[in-house]
Each structure stands twice: as structure tokens, then as C-alpha cells.
Design a binder for this molecule. Structure first.
Ligand code: FEO
Length: 619
């Protein structure tokens, strides 16, 4: 019997769940099963976004037959040829003989490797950025090679602003009716399995994932629809932020992963003693695994999560005990980087596992070793307990210290927040009775210390400017180098007159005592300010205000304009000069193209409100 869900007026989830499969790709245990997602868009021409695994094809074809109501299926987009999505393509072609298959040249070549039917007569070849219209919807195609195979692409529906992301942003775990991430407690029900899925399936290809994230940052995305796991239609920054960390091999959390491979329990004893010593030193985030018992996919996932890893293994056949050797090779194959590691070895006559573990780990970029290797002879003795205690202290010393509690001097002002002010980039927020809004500014300075006063320059074209004039108050949030381009798109590239810039952003902001929002994600300080004077400088107003509240939010570095231009803002694609021979200019800040010949002195970018100095001639 059919079992689908409607996503909007003409888009349907027509996927299915498999709770019976023991091993995904015959390699990865599935304690919570897996979903295979497929999406049908009914339009003047009907289009299917990917097929489904053979094991659950019954309900999939019933869904299609029911929703198409006898109409033909015009297109199927094959974003990914791997059989967990494409195995039913042959049957789809038999059931819908007129269907055209959309893919890139690699897609078509791979389909030929898996199937015997005549693909050439039904293939629609697409290249990077090509578009196909089905009537109301227009689909654009972007390559995403090695996420997870070389032919992979993503499809962007310009009408709905949906990104059909193939394996990217997917997760293990069945959907259990709740197909949207916001319908479930994602952090409790999916996050671990999303991380295990990412790290094991595409963890090796961080560079390619980073390139795809940059590409995605140039699109206006309202929802991400992956081929496994929940759909993201709210709080997209949550999963984008996780992907940013995972793909750049930065730990998600400061904490200690202890892994051990023990033959008779003595190496295990050392691992447990170390865990106790760390806990007694106040470390709360400790994960401990017997790698002979726990499948490496779970341990690898934890290695991507935590900042510190201890490897403890017995010596076996003059090498590393087998289960630890398997784990280490798996970690190396998945390219893990930037971890602080320590090693414990054991050997009853010739302990060698320590150096051999180190030989593997030394090849991982950015690995820091805590020396020396703790060496056991058969079992833990008193001197080993002391060595483990020293190791625990070194680990504790190398963990980033939590931020000190905010200083409360009978006021709500934390003076060290002012150290975060640079000639950088800030989210400036304000509100009137009806609406909150915010924009990005780059001119903030501390005017006096006693009392604490701040000055800001704001372009009059910004809606936030008008809100400050009306309300006489504003908040500033100091952005850090960890900020994503999305925050600039949200607050800088659209007008608060037309959109609610805080919609679906609740988890990344809070309200201060003046009832204005400040941003908590990728910021290191905030300030609540009451305006005491306003000066008119033509295009800009200069507001000076008294700080009523301030606090440090993180230790991350403040974001400079130069860092933003070099590392965060996507580089605009080169565009040919206008065909009518007129010069064209590009806004270096947001990529807007001015094609009307000469650049007027008083030009203001209609998107990001920057002036002439930020435009450059396109060659
Ligand atoms: Fe879900 Fe790479 O297949």
C-alpha cells in the first residue's frame, strides 16, 4: 500500500525505510535502520529525483503509480548511481517507458556499467549549472564529485529553493513518519548517526565537501533534501555548521576519546584507570571504547567528534593487537586531522605496539602527541599508575579551558567584551514595536571607557538604521573567523523591510535586557547600547550610545574584513563583459553586477549597500 508524504503543493517524499538491513554497504551496522529518500515533483512535466533501494521498491512504485494518476513520468534525475538509490532504475524504465534520464556524462557511463537497457536513447546530459524546466519548476544541476562517488551531483530547484543534496547531509536511521529534522529531536535521535554516516561514507573527502559547501553558499536554499535521513527546512545552519567542522577535520567538542584493544584485560585496566583520573580532574566529556567489541564505524565517528584521543593496545605478533590496527588504519583511511593523541602500549616480553601505533598516527596532518608513550609490562603496576596520572594531567592541561564566568560588578557590563572590538564585521540589530531586524556593519569603535560608550556608522539605506532612529537602542554582536557565509546572506544581502531576518534563527540568538536580539552563533561578544547622540554624515548616520550590557561569548578571534574577503565570501565567478560593448562592474562584497556602462560616483549596491569603492571593473 502507498505510503508517502506531501512536502508542499507539488513535491512528495516517496521514499521508504529499511529496519531489517544488518549492514549498510555490507560494512556498517545499522542499529536504527536506514531510510532511502526519493522525491516526486508533479508539474506540467513530472520529474523524479532519484530512485530507491531494491529492498523497499514495492511501496515506492505504489507511491509513484498513485501520485502520477496515470500521467507519464517525464524525467528521473540520477544524482547518484550507487545501487542503494539506483538499483530500481531498470524497473522504473520498464514501468515508465517514456521516462528520460537526467545525468552528467559520468552518470550515464556508470549506468551502462550497472544496466543493460538502452540508456543513450533516453539520456539527457547536463553539465555544471545547466537548467531544465518542467513548467512551474526550474532545476539546475551542480556536480558534487566524491560525495560520495565521482558522478554525484546535486539538483537545485530554483522555484522552491530546494537543494536535492544526494548523499550529503544524510544520516543513518529510519524516518519513522517524521521526515523533517524539525519534527524530531534531531540531536537526540539522529546526530550521532548523521555523524557516523558522514564520517564513514564521505569523511575521507573533506576537501571536496568544503568545495561543495562553498558552492551551496552561493544558492538561496530554503530546504535541503538528502537521499538518507531527515529533510532540513528549518535551522539549516545547524547541519551546515556540523558539515563545516567535520569536513575541515576540526573537533566538534573538547573531550577525550579513550580506545583500547586488550587481550586479557590488563590494557583495559589501564584505560579505565586513565578515565577515572580524567574524571577526577573534572573532565566530563569522556568516551571509552573496547575496539574489539565496538564496530570501528562508531569509534571513527567519535574520533571526529572529540579533540583528544588515547590509543591503548597490547602487542601481538610483534605488532599492534588486531582490532586496534584495524581501527587505526580506518582512521588513517578517513583522513582524520588536528587531534591531540596519547599512546599506551602493553607487552609481556617485547612491547612494540606503541611505536607502531605512532607510525600510523604520524601520517595524519596536524596530529599533536602527548609524550611519552606509557609502556606496561603485562599488567598495571604502581609506577604505571603514576605515569597514567601524569598523562591525565597533560591531557587536562592541553584541553581548552572553559570561559571564565562573566564578571558581574553590580552591572551587566563585562569589560573584557570590549577587547573583541576590531575594525571588523558585526551584526547590528534593533527593533520597533512591530519588527526585529539586523544588518551587517563594519564601523564600530569604543568612544570612552568611563562611562562605556560605543560609536557606530550605519548606512541610511538600511532598515535597521530606521529602527535605531525610532527606538533609540541597538545591539551589536561581534562576528568571529568561524562565521559562515550564510550569516552574511541572512543579515547583509536582503532587506528587513521585506523579510524577517530572524525567522528560523531562534537557536542562534538570544534577547538581552533591552528586548533586542543578539547573535550567539559564531560571535565572541555582544553589546546592548542606548543611543545618546546622532550625527548626520550624508549617506550614513553616526550613532553614539551608552553600553548597558555586554558579555564575552567565546574565545574565537574577531573577524576582520580582510579575513572575510579571503576566506568566507565565495569568489564571484568571472563573467564576460556585457555583449553591447559597455563596461560592467562587480561588487566585491556580494557579487552584484552593474552592467550599465560607467559607474556613477554615488552608486550604492542594491544588494549589500556598499559604495563605489567596493566595485571593480570586470575584465
Ligand atoms: Fe546512499 Fe552513496 O549512496
Amino acid at each position: 500500500m502507498k505510503n508517502f508524504r506531501k512536502i508542499n503543493n507539488d513535491v512528495y517524499w516517496v521514499g521508504a525505510n529499511d529496519k531489517r538491513l544488518a549492514l549498510f554497504e555490507n560494512a556498517f551496522p545499522l542499529p536504527n535502520g536506514v531510510s532511502y529518500n526519493s522525491y516526486l515533483v508533479t508539474d506540467e512535466k513530472n520529474i523524479l529525483l532519484d530512485c530507491i533501494d531494491k529492498s523497499v521498491c514495492g511501496v515506492f512504485f505504489e507511491n509513484l503509480e498513485y501520485l502520477l494518476k496515470g500521467k507519464k513520468l517525464d524525467f528521473v534525475v540520477v544524482n547518484h548511481v550507487e545501487p542503494d538509490h539506483c538499483a530500481t532504475l531498470g524497473e522504473l524504465v520498464l514501468r515508465f517507458p517514456e521516462v528520460k534520464i537526467i545525468g552528467n556524462s559520468r552518470t550515464i557511463a556508470m549506468i551502462k556499467q550497472f544496466f543493460e537497457f538502452d540508456i543513450d536513447k533516453r539520456a539527457v546530459l547536463v553539465k555544471e549549472g545547466d537548467t531544465i524546466s518542467t513548467g512551474k519548476h526550474e532545476f539546475a544541476f551542480y556536480t558534487a564529485a566524491m560525495i560520495h562517488w565521482p558522478e554525484v551531483m546535486m539538483t537545485y530547484d530554483k522555484t522552491d529553493k530546494f537543494l536535492y543534496s544526494a548523499d550529503a547531509f544524510g544520516s543513518f536511521g529510519t524516518l519513522n513518519g517524521n521526515i523533517f529534522a524539525d519534527e524530531t529531536d534531531f540531536e537526540r535521535n539522529f546526530l550521532d548517526e548523521a555523524r557516523r554516516y558522514y564520517t564513514n561514507i564521505v569523511g575521507k573527502y573533506g576537501l571536496q565537501v568544503q568545495a561543495t559547501l562553498k558552492k551551496a553558499a552561493t544558492l538561496d536554499i530554503s530546504a535541503i533534501l538528502p537521499l538518507h535521513g531527515p529533510i532540513w527546512r528549518k535551522n539549516l545552519n545547524f547541519i551546515l555548521d556540523k558539515y563545516q567542522k567535520w569536513s575541515s577535520y576540526q573537533p566538534e567538542e573538547e573531550g577525550v576519546l579513550i580506545t583500547y584493544a586488550s587481550i586479557h584485560g590488563n590494557t583495559e585496566n589501564a584505560a579505565n584507570i586513565l578515565a577515572t583520573q580524567l574524571a577526577e580532574a573534572g573532565i566530563k566529556k569522556i568516551a571509552l571504547f573496547d575496539v574489539s567489541v565496538t564496530h570501528p564505524s562508531f569509534v571513527l565517528s567519535e574520533a571526529f567528534r572529540l579533540s583528544h584521543i588515547v590509543f591503548a593496545a597490547a602487542t601481538y605478533n610483534s605488532g599492534i593487537f588486531v582490532s586496534m590496527e584495524t581501527l587505526l588504519n580506518d582512521i588513517a583511511a578517513h583522513n582524520l586531522q588536528n587531534r591531540t593523541v596519547a599512546i599506551i602500549e602493553n607487552g609481556s616480553w617485547a612491547a612494540q605496539s606503541g611505536q607502531k601505533m605512532k607510525d600510523i598516527l604520524e601520517k595524519l596532518k596536524g596530529t599533536k602527541f602527548i609524550e611519552p608513550i606509557v609502556s606496561l609490562k603485562s599488567s598495571v603496576k604502581e609506577e604505571n599508575v603514576l605515569q597514567l596520572q601524569n598523562l591525565a594531567e597533560e591531557i587536562v592541561n592541553s584541553l581548552k579551558k572553559p570561559l571564565p564566568a562573566p564578571v558581574v560588578n553590580n552591572t551587566k557590563i563585562e569589560p573584557s567584551a570590549f577587547f573583541k572590538i576590531t575594525y571588523g564585521l558585526f551584526v547590528l540589530s534593533s527593533a520597533d514595536d512591530d519588527k526585529d531586524s539586523a544588518c551587517i556593519i563594519n564601523t564600530v569603535l569604543q568612544v570612552t571607557d568611563t562611562p562605556k560608550r560605543i560609536g557606530i556608522a550605519v548606512n541610511k539605506a538600511n532598515f535597521t538604521h530606521d529602527l535605531i532612529v525610532k527606538s533609540g537602542k541597538f545591539n551589536l554582536s561581534t562576528l568571529t573567523t568561524e562565521a559562515q557565509f550564510d550569516v552574511f546572506k541572512r543579515f547583509g544581502f536582503q532587506s528587513g523591510r521585506n523579510v524577517n531576518k530572524f525567522a528560523d534563527f531562534e537557536q542562534n540568538c538570544k534577547k538581552s535586557g533591552n528586548n533586542l536580539y543578539y547573535v550567539t552563533q559564531n560571535t565572541n561578544a555582544y553589546f546592548s547600547v542606548k543611543v545618546i547622540s546622532t550625527s548626520d554624515f550624508g549617506t550614513h548616520s553616526f550613532f553614539v550610545g551608552e553600553v548597558e550590557e555586554s558579555a564575552v561569548l567565546s574565545n574565537a578571534a574577531s573577524l576582520s574584513y580582510q579575513y572575510y574577503l579571503d576566506n568566507i565570501k565565495p569568489k564571484p565567478e568571472a563573467k564576460p563583459a556585457a555583449s553591447n560593448g559597455k563596461k560592467s562592474y562587480i561588487c566585491k562584497i556580494c557579487g552584484y553586477i552593474h552592467e550599465d556602462g560607467e559607474l556613477p560616483d554615488n552608486i550604492v549596491c542594491p544588494i549589500c549597500k556598499h559604495g563605489k569603492a567596493d566595485f571593480e571593473l570586470q575584465e
